[in-house]
Design a protein around this ligand. Structure first.
Ligand SMILES: C[C@H](O)[C@H](O)[C@H]1CNC2=NC(N)=NC(=O)C2=N1
Length: 101
């Protein structure tokens, strides 16, 4: 069964506990900054492993010292669901260990 889409208000309430994460109403996103490129690239691999564990996958964009993560739920018609929030929480847990801010 497809997960239920969160309303814009529910999404914003969920993001209140995830500083740095924003929503455009269709997805949730955060851009992380790093001192150097390799820590950013390493975090991509770590996020990918979490995504495989959760079977839920974001779009990631890697720059020199920045990593942007955007996620919504395809099976909910490209809307935000609790699965996106759960992934964001897991990413937040590992971000400090990669020197991300
Ligand atoms: C078949 C597999 O369970 C699905 O394609 C999963 C994989 N990862 C996914 N990731 C995201 N972001 N949304 C999905 O609906 C989704 N579905």
């Amino acid at each position: 069964m497809a997960p239920e889409a969160l309303s814009r208000q529910q999404t914003e309430e969920a993001l209140a506990g995830l500083p740095g994460w924003t929503t455009d109403g269709e997805s949730i996103s955060r851009t992380y900054s790093f001192a150097k490129h390799l820590p950013a690239a390493a975090m991509v691999v770590h996020v990918a492993a979490i995504q495989e564990e959760l079977n839920h996958h974001s779009e990631m964009s890697l720059g020199y010292s920045k990593l942007s993560v955007t996620v919504n739920t395809h099976s909910a018609g490209g809307k935000v669901t609790d699965k996106d929030v759960q992934l964001a929480r897991r990413i937040e847990e590992i971000a400090p260990g990669h020197g991300a801010s």
